[in-house]
Design a protein around this ligand. Structure first.
Ligand code: CP
Ligand code: NVA
Length: 307
């Protein structure tokens, strides 16, 4: 019997749990300058298995686990060679005897699902080629802070249909909003995830190849790098396909006048987003980055309570 919960995909939480995460993250954010913060991870060591580089995710998780009273071990591919030196099953069983939880960033989403299935402790997806659920929780927290609502807004995602796009599609199954994915025919998101989001019927989801039309009335404009980690060899083709989808001042001027501009970072300034927009009055990218910490602390607390 499984006596723990994981956070591998947004849909591991239901709608009420997303709302609860937002409320708890807000509370933890207010608490973070005080000394009486709760310590649900006291006495625990969490493992951070990272097979791709990271600034925000690694550091916000390490800081977050520490602030919740626990410790972290950072584990790279060189050490455990997940699935190579021994099976994922065996690694999951052994790690479960030492750790309070596992935070993993890797390429294969199936590997993370397998690890979570065999582990006896919570496993959190810190980004795979398919999804980046921790980012999306921080994003919706930021939107809630800036727009004072977490539903009934129009978000236009411009650029490569990637793990961030797929995660936004997943969130649209839980909360109700209008999501337009503005991208080229060559850079679509995962169409199975898109179709599931459409079928769920909670949000209005669509794909547009016309960025200027798509951003009309947008409350949120979101972009990400055109070639994700592990796909940098596809950059030239992506640049060719996505030129018209750059987030620049002209495009931003066509959205709602109070539009917020989001980017999960790291950004390739001058490519998918201009300096003028990144550093301009609509940008909330650094609030978004800060909120990684608060949202993830809320997610870890909820998983801990479910044990
Ligand atoms: N946004 C994000 O996940 O950043 P890192 O790749 O630096 O962790
Ligand atoms: N889509 C990007 C997100 C980085 C946080 C990547 O996977 O590289």
């Amino acid at each position: 019997m499984r006596n723990h919960r994981d956070f591998i995909a947004e849909t591991d939480f239901d709608r009420d749990e997303v709302i609860e995460t937002l409320a708890l993250a807000r509370e933890l954010k207010e608490w973070s300058d005080k000394r009486d913060e709760p310590a649900p991870l006291k006495g625990q060591t969490w493992g951070l298995i990272f097979h791709k580089p990271s600034l925000r995710t690694r550091i916000s998780f390490e800081v977050g686990v520490n602030q919740l009273g626990g410790n972290c071990i950072y584990i790279t591919e060189n050490e455990i060679q997940l699935g190579k030196r021994e099976t994922i099953h065996d690694a999951a069983k052994v790690l479960s005897r030492y750790l309070g939880g596992i935070i993993i960033r890797t390429f294969s989403h199936a590997d993370v699902e397998k690890l979570a299935f065999h582990a006896d402790i919570p496993v959190i997806n810190a980004l795979t080629d398919l999804l980046h659920p921790c980012q999306i929780m921080a994003d919706i927290l930021t939107i809630n802070e800036k727009l004072h609502r977490c539903e009934d807004f129009k978000i236009v995602y411009l650029g490569d249909g990637n793990n961030i796009t797929n995660s936004w599609l997943n969130l649209s199954r839980l909360l109700g909003f209008e999501l337009v994915v503005a991208t080229s025919a060559e850079t679509l998101p995962d169409m199975e995830i898109f179709n599931q989001a459409k079928a769920a019927g909670r949000s209005s989801v669509s794909i547009s190849h016309d960025p200027k039309e798509a951003v009309k009335g947008a409350h949120v404009i979101y972009t990400d790098v055109w070639a994700s980690m592990g796909q940098k060899d596809q950059l030239a083709a992506k640049v060719q396909a996505l030129q018209a989808f750059q987030v620049n001042s002209e495009l931003v001027s066509k959205a709602d006048k109070n539009v917020i501009v989001m980017h999960c970072l790291p950004a390739e300034r001058g490519r998918e987003i201009t300096d003028e927009v990144m550093d301009g009055p609509h940008s909330v990218v650094f609030d978004q980055a800060e909120n990684r910490l608060h949202a993830q602390k809320a997610v870890m607390t909820i998983l801990q309570e479910a044990k």
